[in-house]
Structure formats: C-alpha cells, structure tokens
Design a protein around this ligand. Structure first.
Ligand code: NAD
Length: 478
C-alpha cells in the first residue's frame, strides 16, 4: 500500500516511519498507511509556514475567498466518498459521517465569506485632528491539534478560519484518524493553496504535538481533545506566551421535568447519549429526571436503546457503530463495572461480537445513581449514560451545574418559565431546549465553560477573536 505522506512546504514527504490505520468496524480492513512525522519534520513545516505567511496574509481577499470556497465545494461534491472514508476510519455510521462531511464543506464556504468581511472600526479620538483605526491582523503561524472523534469537521473548523484571516498552519490530526485530515490537505492543494500555507504533520502527540508546542515560531495553538492533554498544552503555551484555545471534555446534563413531552424527551436523550456511539464532547451522559416522570422515562429509554441496531458503520441498517478502538472500549467497560461497584443498576453496556471483528458495545444505562458517583463526574466518552432522580426544578438545576465541566446542557419541558430559567442558570456554553445536547450549527459560536473550554470561542464570526490580533492605529489628520 502506498504511504500517505505528510505535506510540508507544498511537498508530499513520506519520511522514515509509517503506521497502518484500521477500521474499528472490521479490523481486517486496513484504511491506509500514513507517514509519521518526526520532530525535524515539524521544524521544516514551521519554517515553510513562516516563509509563506507574509505573502498569504497580503494576498487579495478575493483570491483567498476563492481557494476556501473551492475547497468547500470540493468537499461537498465528494461528500459520499469522504463520508465513507470517515465512517471506515472513525466508526460513526455513514449517515452521520456524511452529515459531518457536509458540515466541513459548509465551514470552508462560511470562512471563504469571512475573507470578504474582515472589517475594522474608525473611531473618533478624544483629541482634535486625530483619527483612530482598529484593525485585525493574522496571529501568524497557528498550530492545530485535533482529536479522533470528528476527524473532518474539527480540522475544518480550525483550518478554515486560520487561513481565512491570513494565518499559515501546521496541523496535527489525531493518530487514530489521519485519513480525513489528509484528504483535506490534498483538496487544499488541488484548490490552489500556495505551498507552505497549510502543512500536515501526522503522528503521535508525544512527538509531533510536543514539537509543535515547543517551537518558538508557532504563535498560537488551537487544541481540541481531553482535559489532561489540554492542561498540558495550556502550560506549555503559557511558558512560551503562545495564544491558546482549548476545547475539551464534557459531562453534559439533560434535565427532564414532569411536564416534558415524553416522546421528545426520550428521542432527545437517545440521540444525545448514543448517537455517534456517545463519542461526542457534547453527548449527554447525565439524565436528571423529575420523580413524577422518572419510571416511565426509564422504561421507555430502556425499550428504545435496546432496539437500537448496532453494527458496522457502513451497513445501512446500523443505527450505532462501534467504539473507536480497543483501548476506548476497555475503558468504557471499566466504567460499566464501576457503575455496579458504586451501587447503580446497570442496563446493557456489554461488549459483543458483531458480524465483523470490531469494537462493538451495547449502549449502557445506569439507573439508581446520584451525582457524586464517579460515573457521574468523569467523562466516559462512550455509549454510557446515567439517570439521576430529582424532586423538582431547583434540585435539577443544582445537580446539572454540579460538575467540573460546562459544555452543553439540555432541558425537556413544556414550561416557558422553566425553559427560560434553565437558559439563564445553566453553567454551559450551549443550552438546548427540547433538543439533543449535541447537534450544532456551523455558523454560530461553539464552546463551553469551566473545565470544558479555555480561551475564545470557535466557529462563526466569533472565531476571529482567536485567529486575529487587534491593532489600534492613531493618525494625525492635521
Ligand atoms: P487526546 O487529548 O488524547 O488527544 C487530542 C490530540 O492531542 C491528539 O491529536 C493527540 O495526538 C494530541 N496529543 C496527545 N498528547 C499530546 C502532547 N503531549 N502534546 C501535544 N499534543 C498531544 O484526546 P482524544 O482522545 O483524541 O479525543 C477525545 C477527547 O476530545 C474527549 O475528552 C472529548 O470530550 C474531547 N473533545 C472535545 C470537543 C470540544 O469541542 N469540546 C470536541 C471533540 C472532542
């Protein structure tokens, strides 16, 4: 199999080492062999990004727009093929994978438009004969480090704004899922991006990620991943005064009040917890359910989750794909065992043999739990959710907020009063009323609070807070 190379200074570079990438639905399916970058490769990539940055930033807005727009159009035109690659690589079912690919294409098109909307302010001075201009400039060379669970959308929502606002990029995708980021790199080159503006360095966090963090010429880091790695990234960035943006984990609550429409509540919770195999930072893993509706909710959830068809990602009958790899599956099973040890009643959650050799797990529901249990405080990142019974709205909101995370929070209710109160009081970056906690639009800000996020928001025009730096210029007109 031909080695898929890193992209450095516009050249495809295979280097000394390569790694096979497997399909979690069927481990006999090798998706590709991907070059593993060295620390020296990162040095070359940063040098190329540095050389290319001034010309890229100076390029007219129309040309930058056209390259990003063509990239978006190409991703959209190839959505079936790229979606299938994503489903094979990450394990989410094909319809979800195509949906994620469409989002990636739309993100590029949105930020193509942003190239034309990079406006500033002309401000009156407090002194006579002076004009003040406030403008935005690129931050410089952006290091992008991404996780495995949205292997095309997350690279897209970091790469597109970085390029739109005139930065150059060194990007390291997750070592489990390099194929989609590699496809983006190929498309960017086909669409006319000058060499060195975007560089792809695939490989391990401990080698490639560290080399990006350590490089003094990298001026900003946009990271999405786990809390532990995120904290390490932040410490490193502080030492070298890099601008940093972190998106990390979640333990997202969904409150279900007695007056909820049960159909809406069950379908929202099913989607939130188990779609994409629960491997979403915005997945809901704590259902906080009022006592009047509790038993019926548990009965219906058990029924619906037991009926979910779990199988290979590319099988059109599958409603939930496999877990991403053996390590994640073993970790999920440990949490299922822990739930029993902590006194929860466990429904489902077993590993099972699918039609192909992969990492299959049944969805798990933990009932009779309380919020202090570890299963309700730690991010599991698999198809596992708990039910916590509460007496009223006040207890529900207190439990919802009693977590170190703050990404997404949902409520199912027909009461305007409680929906409005929840929107105000939920300590989360995203609030959903009668909707799944996951499922976000690509043109509005995305991010969380507390341990879930750090730094400016991603996506939409809010992305410019991170990818640009403000300059205030004073001009004497006298
Ligand atoms: P991870 O932290 O293990 O890895 C994330 C990235 O960091 C990978 O590219 C990895 O190779 C790299 N990395 C690892 N060690 C590094 C180091 N020492 N220096 C530099 N880079 C290093 O996370 P993961 O397992 O890939 O992803 C799952 C996590 O991502 C979950 O916690 C999930 O909640 C989170 N996530 C958050 C969001 C969000 O927007 N909030 C979105 C998706 C996923």
């Amino acid at each position: 199999m031909q080695v898929k190379a890193n992209l450095i200074g516009g050249q495809w570079v295979t280097g000394q080492q390569a790694q096979e990438n497997f399909n979690p639905s069927d481990i006999s399916d090798v998706i590709g062999v991907f070059a593993q970058a060295s620390a020296e490769d990162v040095t070359s990539a940063v040098a190329a990004a540095k050389d290319a940055q001034a010309d890229w930033a100076a390029l007219d807005a129309q040309s930058r727009h056209d390259i990003l727009d063509r990239t978006g159009n190409t991703i959209l035109a190839r959505k079936e093929e790229l979606g299938a690659l994503l489903a094979r690589e990450e394990g989410k079912i094909l319809s979800e994978a195509i949906g994620e690919t469409i989002r990636a294409g739309n993100v590029f098109k949105f930020f193509a438009g942003e190239c034309l909307r990079n406006t500033g302010d002309l401000v009156s001075s407090v002194r006579p004969g002076i004009d003040i201009e406030v403008t935005r400039e690129p931050v410089g060379i952006v290091g992008i480090i991404t996780p495995w669970n949205f292997p095309i959308a997350i690279p897209a929502w970091k790469i597109a704004p970085a390029l739109a606002y005139g930065n150059t990029v060194v990007c390291k995708p997750a070592d489990l899922t390099p194929a989609c980021a590699h496809a983006i790199a190929e498309i960017l080159m086909e669409c006319g991006l000058p060499g060195g503006v975007f560089n792809l360095v695939m490989g391990r966090g401990s080698i490639v990620g560290e080399a990006i963090l350590d490089h003094p010429d990298v001026t900003a880091i946009s990271f999405t991943g786990s809390v532990n790695t995120g904290q390490h990234v932040a410490e490193k960035c502080l030492q070298s005064m890099k601008k940093v943006q972190l998106e990390m984990g979640g333990k997202n609550p969904t409150v279900v009040l007695d007056d909820a429409d049960l159909e809406v509540a069950v379908s929202s919770c099913l989607n939130s917890a188990f779609f994409s195999t629960g491997q979403r930072c915005t997945a809901s893993s704590r259902f906080i359910v009022q006592e009047g509706i509790h038993d019926e909710f548990v009965r219906r959830m058990t029924e619906e989750m037991s009926a979910l068809k779990i199988g290979p990602a590319l099988d059109s009958n599958s409603q939930m794909g496999p877990v991403v790899d053996e390590r994640q599956l073993v970790s999920n099973l440990k949490y299922v065992a822990l739930a029993k040890e902590e006194g929860a009643t466990v429904i489902g959650g077993e590993r099972f043999d699918g039609p192909t050799t992969g990492f299959y797990q049944k969805p798990a529901l933990f009932t009779d739990t309380h919020n202090k249990m570890r299963i309700n405080q730690e991010e599991i990142f698999g198809p596992c959710a708990s039910v916590i019974k509460v007496k009223d709205f006040e207890e529900a909101i207190a439990v919802a907020n009693e977590t170190e995370f703050g990404l997404s929070a949902g409520i199912c209710t027909q009461s305007l009063k409680y929906a409005a109160a929840f929107k105000k009081r939920a300590q989360a970056g995203l609030v959903m009323v009668n909707l799944p906690t996951a499922g976000i639009d690509y043109h509005v800000p995305f991010g969380g609070r507390k341990g879930s996020s750090y730094g400016p928001r991603e996506q939409g025009s809010y992305a410019k807070e991170f990818y640009t730096i403000v300059k205030t210029s004073y001009v004497s007109t006298g």
